[in-house]
Design a protein around this ligand. Sequence first.
Ligand SMILES: Cc1cc2nc3c(=O)[nH]c(=O)nc-3n(C[C@H](O)[C@H](O)[C@H](O)COP(=O)(O)OP(=O)(O)OC[C@H]3O[C@@H](n4cnc5c(N)ncnc54)[C@H](O)[C@@H]3O)c2cc1C
Length: 456
Amino acid sequence: MTHADRAVVIGSGMGGLLAARALSETYAEVVVVDRDLIPEGSAARKGVPQGRQLHVLLARGREAFDTLFPGMSTELARLGSPLVDLQHQVHWYNDGHRMRRAPSPLLAFGISRPLLEHTVRARVAALPGVRLVSGCEVLGLTATPDSRRVTGVRVLPRGETAESVIDADMVVDAGGRASRSPIWLEELGYARAPEERVQVDLTYVTRVYKREPHHLDGLLGALTNAVPGLPRGGIVAVQEDDRLGVALSGVLGEEPPTDDEGMVRYAETLAAPQIAEIVRSAVPVSAPAKMRFPASVRRRYERLRRFPGGYLVTADALCGFNPVYGQGMTVAALEALLLRRLIASGTDDLARRFFRGAARLIDAPWSISVGTDLRFPEVEGRRSMTVRLVNAYVGMLHAAAVTDPALGAAFIRVLNLIDPPARLMAPATVFRVLRGTLGRRSPLPMPAWRRPRPRG
Ligand SMILES: Cc1cc2nc3c(=O)[nH]c(=O)nc-3n(C[C@H](O)[C@H](O)[C@H](O)COP(=O)(O)OP(=O)(O)OC[C@H]3O[C@@H](n4cnc5c(N)ncnc54)[C@H](O)[C@@H]3O)c2cc1C
């Protein structure tokens, strides 16, 4: 086999593994290079620090994973990871309003990030032609003399002093948020992609607990979001082996503590009382892990007039979302599906086609994440009239969803990227929101975080 059949993926995080899956249908050889020594089993690792933080895979992501890896849901169930009915088995508190539960077809895995990555990695490693090279840092790109085409990567394997080159027809950067593509492309004479940045100064603290049947009143999750005036959020999600992952979060510099007592006090300020109950009474099986996430960053490669052939950028390297909306892995999977579809019809003009398609699929999650963050007056960014109206309307929807499960379902579908955000404005939904709020005889239900909380 010659290198004419080879693709190289930089990074074996979730984005790199999913891209490798897509490339494996077209390229005889796919080499996935990671600077980390990849663990044998399901374990967190240095190159993916967010692996210690609670991850949820959206319902749309589950569908995409099942398309890329047939039977994945069944395999994860066998590994002890339950399927969760997102509307029926989760306590939702949106802006402090308790959403009414109802059975739904909206299903997500309850799984830890290391086990999900390990399972995907095993599937990818078993694909014909795929090779995972760990402990190998990518230092830069090689290109044709006129720099119009990337021809491979320069690498430094761990323990060696001399760099070497892996030739390739296609190189995909899935190096994560700290992607070096802007610098590498500049070295080849290309302009930097315009960057959109929304500063949120988010801090996560995740801890895993042993799950008892009585926890969460027998349900499988609970969550509440940060709101202006209370920049704190929290989520509990079931994981494999009867565990509960708990993430406490704070935006705009608000930081959850990591000591037992402090975590309980922090959780007690949240609208969802179930979160404090777990932190207070469940048996921890991990130490608390803290991580900061300064800003959402979107790199607009689709706006560049010149871009080399044989090179793409995907997943967090293309767009890193505020993680509280749980979108990153789902968008990475949708980009992998896009890549698979595009290369099936040839690689001509691939970068332009890929970045345009990716921009279209990023638009919705980006508008959800940034639009919601802009509710905080401290977050810098343009607040168009549409953003203000949508935020006000979604606030009304949350209040009405306390009694109307159809509105809860509509919201969960959009949040899970099953439906586009515009679907919330469907006439029937608007009618229900107005009926549930304006037409009420009694006042709107008060959000739980504003209600006085009994002490003791
Ligand atoms: C706190 C937090 C919570 C999150 N929660 C969720 C969630 O609930 N749901 C969700 O869908 N997403 C979540 N995300 C986002 C999600 O983790 C990512 O979107 C997803 O993992 C895709 O990341 P990636 O593969 O692009 O990058 P990464 O996971 O960062 O992987 C990059 C890989 O590239 C390797 N690498 C980088 N540079 C080089 C180089 N030069 N040479 C060799 N190797 C290199 C690294 O070692 C690493 O393995 C969260 C993120 C954070 C920070």
